[in-house]
Structure formats: structure tokens, C-alpha cells
Write a protein that binds this ligand. Structure first.
Ligand code: ZN
Ligand code: ZN
Length: 504
């Protein structure tokens, strides 16, 4: 007796179709053998399936059973496919065949009930590419976009329910199609979220507003105790609500990282400690790291000058590609990591360089250490550099309470919506992602702006990369004012964020 059942392996966010072949033979000593599984332990799953059959009032064949997984070596145990394996045994034993487009996924418990699966959220792309048929999963599994291509999703609670449907011909209706959006919502950002609560630092607040609006990586440099961390923390609350797609991506990233799923989505804010290991920051082939937990949110490197340069260097390609890529035993593994990078650093190792009230105590060696850690190729990844002075005089005169004149959150929201509608055809949401080939079309400079850019290029010896970044930042500045053309003033502001590295 033979039967083949279709199922999936879901590794990370990659979904691969699997075949479970069941062969039951009357000859030989009754036992269950598993082939096509790499090195793992299947005894537990087999025991569970056997008990589940008994507890469901189903007869487990007392014969020699072979469970073969195709393609071989793709999975290391049966945990995620106990349900399809059980169905295969059931079909082969009762001589019933599943439909050719029927798919099964999920694990079982010993009671014979199907265990709700979280990984089903990754089935999204599988059906987007034209797959059709019936899918049988546990009720309580995470939703995905189920109303694609006439897919019928059957949400079952137990093995006996599945047996009734396939063997005894009982009627089970497919569940109403759900979309991913069904039960996820953005947490409403608190009213009055803005930078006003932080005293002084008007320039840095302006720089952060631009950074958040266009997702431009920003580095705040300045002596310790000037409010850099506080401003970074406030930034997450200043993010406008993301799209439904963003919400789903945040949930998916969380599931990849083994986080519990929540129905309310908030903008991620991750602040890895300076002692973080490379493998915990960018992740490893087996487990994503902070970079993925910060997906669609903020990765904040506080005291950035204290991170070992090896750790910072590992982030460079992640920042450029917006994802983390590994090779795991010959198979590519990739995790999403599209975040806004906010860095905060002192101007020197002792943290007092640039302070108005105290003297820097660094010697030549300290300054050398500082410069090695803040390597230029890593600094290149920041579009905006801003010096935080923490001037006490300024602090007295500005900030504290949010006045009705404060439009920062509103401005950001507006600028983001302008970008979203403009960049939809390119598949991106923010100006920071504008590709090279579209830069001239999207960042249209005024006549004065063009001549100013030419001047800046020759005066500061700007690289092509620097010019590209300056143009995207100036685009965001003009979006904040809702003007279609980038003026000389917009460009000048973008240039000064890029070139004032030499201060203090
Ligand atoms: Zn110092
Ligand atoms: Zn305010």
C-alpha cells in the first residue's frame, strides 16, 4: 500500500514543497522507519503519531511502514509535518487517495489535535506565484493572504476530523478566506509624541526629523550627557504608522527571531549593548539577530565609538543590502534587515571633546583608538551627521513642553505620504532607497541648486556616492516643505549634514 502526500518545509522565510511517501507492507517485522531525513531524531514524532491515532479512535497499522521524505536531506526531523505524515499513513491504510492539489501542514499533539502553526504566515509568497488547490492546516494557525488564486483553506482541529472528511466523507467547509491584515493593527502612537520634551538641540531635532522622514541613517556626535540617547528613543515614537505590509513584515521578522506574536504592532526600536557579539548583531545562519529584530524600525547604536570595529564592519553589507545573507551548508539563508540606523557617539574616548564646561583628557593613543573604531567606510553609511552641543544656554530657551505650534509629527507624516505615492512604482517607500538610475528624474534640482552642487563637488571633493546621498537627503528636505523642486537652500542643508565631519 502506497500513498504520497504533499507538504512543505518552511525554513526561515523560505518555503519548499516536500513529498511524504508512505509505504505499508505486510511483510517484515511491524515497525516504522523514516528515510530522507537528515541526521535528526524522528522517534519522538513517530511515538506521538502512534498515540494520536489511538486517541483519535483510529487504527494504527501494525505493519512495516516506511516514511520517505522527498527531496531527501531537506529536513532534519518530522516535527512540522506530523500531520501530513499521519494523513499519508491514514490514506495508505484505508486505501483512500488525496486530491492531487491537496496540501497538508503542521504538527500534532498526542491527543490527536493539530497544533496551530505560526510558520504558515510565510506561505504568503507560495500562493502569490499561481499555486492552486486545497490546504489543510490547524485552526488557530497564523493567517496569510488566503484569498489568492482560488485557494481553499481548511482549518481543522483534529486528526479524527480529517479522517471523517477524507475516509468517512463527512462535510467540512473551507474556512472563510482571511487576509494577513485580518488581525494585525498598528499601535496608535501617543498623541504629542515629538522632540519637545528634550531641552535645546534645535539643530539635532531638525536633522532627526529629516532622517525619520526619508529613512536616512543619522549619526549624532557630541560630548556625553547632551541628550543623544533621549532623542534617539523619542525617534521611534515619531515614526508615522507603517503600511499593512510593514506590519506583516515586522511580525514575520519577529517570528524568525523566535519572538511571541502580537496582534498590535509597534515600530521596533533596538539598542544593542556595546558588548554585543557579531553573531548576535547581524545574526547567524541558524538565528537572526538584532538587525532583523530592528526590521522596519530603528537600530540604535549608542556609544558607537565603543563598539569593536569588527562588529561595526559586519553591519556594512547589511546596511547596503537591507538584509542579512548567509550560506548554511550550501543553502542560502536570508533574513530581512531594513532599518533606520541611528548612531550616537562622543567626539573622543573620554567623551569631553567639544564640551563647553570641561576639558578633554584624551592622549594621542586614545584619539588613535577613537579614529580606528570610527572607520571612514562605516561613517560613509550615514547620510546625516549632526553635532549635538547640548548648550545649556539653548536648553534654557527652547524645549520642555510641546506647544500647539509644534507640527513635527504632522510634517513627517506628510513627507512620508508624498514619498510613498511617488516611489510606489519603484517598490520602495523612502527617499533613502532611490536607486542610481532614478536619481536625476526624482531629485530634480532648481537651476541654483545645480550650480551649488557643482561647487560643493569641487570644493569638498565629493564622491559619486556622497553626491547620491546628498541628493536623496535634499529630496526629503523639499518633501518636508511639500515643494516639487529641490531649491539651493534644500541642497545646502543636505550638503552641510554630509561634510561637517571635521568639527569640532
Ligand atoms: Zn577626550
Ligand atoms: Zn512638540
Amino acid at each position: 500500500m502506497y500513498c504520497r502526500v504533499r507538504t512543505f518545509a518552511i525554513k526561515g522565510s523560505t518555503v519548499t514543497e516536500l513529498g511524504v511517501e508512505i509505504t505499508i507492507s505486510s511483510r517484515g517485522i511491524p515497525r516504522v522507519e523514516v528515510t530522507g531525513v537528515k541526521g535528526g531524531e524522528c522517534t519522538k514524532s513517530i511515538k506521538k503519531i502512534r498515540t494520536a491515532f489511538n486517541n483519535s479512535g483510529l487504527q494504527f497499522p501494525n505493519k512495516k511502514i516506511n516514511i520517505n521524505i522527498l527531496p531527501a536531506g531537506l529536513i532534519s526531523d518530522l516535527t512540522d509535518i506530523e500531520f501530513p505524515a499521519s494523513m499519508g499513513i491514514l490514506f495508505a491504510h484505508y486505501g483512500v487517495a488525496p486530491g492531487t492539489s491537496d496540501l497538508f501542514y503542521g504538527s500534532l499533539n498526542s491527543g490527536g489535535f493539530l497544533v496551530p502553526a505560526t510558520k504558515t504566515i510565510f506561505l504568503d509568497d507560495v500562493w502569490a506565484s499561481g499555486r492552486m488547490g486545497r490546504l489543510f492546516i490547524s485552526d488557530g494557525s497564523l493567517y496569510f493572504n488566503e484569498n489568492i488564486n482560488g485557494l481553499k483553506v481548511y482549518k481543522l482541529c483534529s486528526l479524527s476530523q480529517a479522517a471523517d472528511f477524507f475516509v468517512n466523507g463527512e462535510v467540512v467547509s473551507p474556512a472563510a478566506s482571511q487576509t494577513l491584515a485580518y488581525n494585525y493593527a498598528w499601535a496608535r502612537s501617543g498623541a504629542g509624541d515629538c522632540f519637545c520634551g528634550v531641552l535645546g538641540n534645535t539643530q539635532t531635532k531638525r536633522a532627526l526629523t529629516i532622517s525619520i522622514s526619508g529613512h536616512h541613517n543619522i549619526l549624532m556626535l557630541g560630548p556625553s550627557g547632551t541628550g543623544k540617547s533621549l532623542l534617539a528613543e523619542k525617534s521611534a515614537a515619531m515614526f508615522p504608522d507603517g503600511t499593512q505590509k510593514d506590519a506583516v513584515e515586522i511580525i514575520k521578522a519577529g517570528i524568525l527571531c523566535g519572538m511571541p506574536t502580537e496582534n498590535i504592532v509597534t515600530t521596533p526600536f533596538r539598542r544593542p549593548h556595546i558588548s554585543v557579539k557579531e553573531g548576535d548583531l547581524i545574526g547567524s545562519p541558524r538565528m537572526p539577530g538584532e538587525a532583523t529584530l530592528a526590521h522596519k524600525g530603528i537600530l540604535f547604536l549608542d556609544e558607537m565609538h565603543l563598539f569593536p570595529s569588527k562588529v561595526l564592519n559586519s553591519l556594512k553589507t547589511v546596511i547596503d543590502r537591507k538584509k542579512v545573507e548567509f550560506n548554511c551548508e550550501g543553502a542560502p539563508v536570508s533574513y530581512p534587515a531594513d532599518f533606520l540606523l541611528i548612531g550616537a557617539a562622543n567626539n573622543c574616548m573620554c567623551g569631553l571633546l567639544g564640551a563647553e564646561d570641561r576639558q578633554c583628557k584624551c592622549n594621542g593613543k586614545d584619539l588613535n583608538t577613537y579614529h580606528t573604531r570610527m572607520n571612514p567606510s562605516f561613517l560613509e553609511r550615514f547620510d546625516i551627521l549632526t553635532h549635538v552641543s547640548g548648550s545649556p544656554v539653548e536648553a534654557v530657551h527652547s524645549g520642555g513642553e510641546c506647544s500647539h505650534k509644534c507640527h513635527t509629527a504632522e510634517q513627517i507624516k506628510k513627507a512620508v505620504s508624498i514619498q510613498r505615492s511617488r516611489l510606489v512604482p519603484l517598490g520602495i517607500s523612502y527617499n533613502s532607497g532611490i536607486p542610481h538610475e532614478s536619481i536625476n528624474r526624482i531629485c530634480n534640482l532648481s537651476k541654483d541648486g545645480s550650480s551649488l552642487l557643482e561647487m560643493a563637488v569641487s570644493k569638498y571633493g565629493l564622491s559619486t556616492r556622497a553626491v547620491h546621498r546628498i541628493l536623496t537627503v535634499s529630496r526629503t528636505i523639499s518633501d518636508l516643505e511639500d515643494t516639487p523642486e529641490i531649491s539651493a537652500a534644500h541642497l545646502a542643508e543636505a550638503v552641510q549634514y554630509r561634510v561637517k565631519n571635521d568639527k569640532p
